[in-house]
Design a protein around this ligand. Sequence first.
Ligand SMILES: *Cc1c(COP(=O)(O)O)cnc(C)c1O
Length: 369
Amino acid sequence: MTVESTAELTIDLGALVANYRLLQRRAKPARAGAGIKANAYGLGAQEAAPALFKAGCREFFVAILSEAIALRPVVPEADIYVLSGPMGGDEAEFVQHRVTPVLNSPQQIDLWSRWCTANGAAPAALHIDTGMSRLGLAPAELDRLIADPALLKAFSIPLVMSHLASADEPGSAQNAQQLARLKGALDRVLPLLPSRPAISFANSSGIFLGRDYAFDLVRPGAALYGLNPTPAAPNPMRQVVGLKARILQVRHIDAHQTVGYGAAHRSTRATSLATLGLGYADGVFRALSHVGAAFVGGIRAPFVGRVSMDLITIDVGHIPPHLAEPGAWVEILGEHQSADDLAAAAGTIGYEVLTALGPRYQRRYIPAG
Ligand SMILES: *Cc1c(COP(=O)(O)O)cnc(C)c1O
């Protein structure tokens, strides 16, 4: 059986590793872990994690326990942290797979402490909220814990972490404010612990705020996968993702002809349209209707009309016909258009573009040399 794909996603593991090394150098002397949640931001955790491990990465952060369990066989020697922590009832699963929960609340500390008292100590990380107001111990909760540190006696704490809210805006006063709050919290928490844990604060953008933010372990995600951690400056990262789609059909339309659902586009001149074999079900957002673009032989070809579930029409009237034939490949993500670029056109962020990349693509991994 031969199945010819209509759209292909290429993931360059060499670029991923190069990005890891760059972040590692920037963060020194801190170690660099990897945020690998949501299937390595859509790119494939099963492939990305071993490549990162080979490059020296020993700490992996996922969002939920099932992601950690799926990751365990491909990085058997790594530390895997689950950011959402235990839900209650799943403690034994954490221990069985040697996965470390991040404890975010008094309830989770209580759960873990009780389970460890009954079943034996297993390590857990502690998350202190310094301004994100999402996960982590709020200031009053931290005060109560410090007043009653017995709760922390039942297990070891190899890692204390916090998370930056505005690291991609280096001018934001919130960065220094969160740093000061973390230092204040550490001054009070560390003396209560039997051994000094690793401290982790910076995500991708946080690494570029300077050494003060790196502590012992940084947790980049986005920058590993090629997104720009310094949005106000040129992207220092290499592109990891390429996405191309095939032209299924080419047609000539007259002036005043309508295109696509809702007749939402009406041509103002005679032109040629090419229909591509991918759509919003593949993660090319419907919000890109009328505003997105593909690149045909390096020439920009704007989306025309609405993005459909499986199809997109582009205007190729200005493109040499031999480049825009049925069967030809056109670039959606690549050297002419990054995930950040496509996100800007759709009114979102590159993170959402990557994590939305659909399951139908033929995926091709370029090995890391
Ligand atoms: C997602 C996440 C990261 C990685 O963030 P990036 O901005 O993608 O580098 C790090 N830490 C936590 C807690 C996260 O949720």
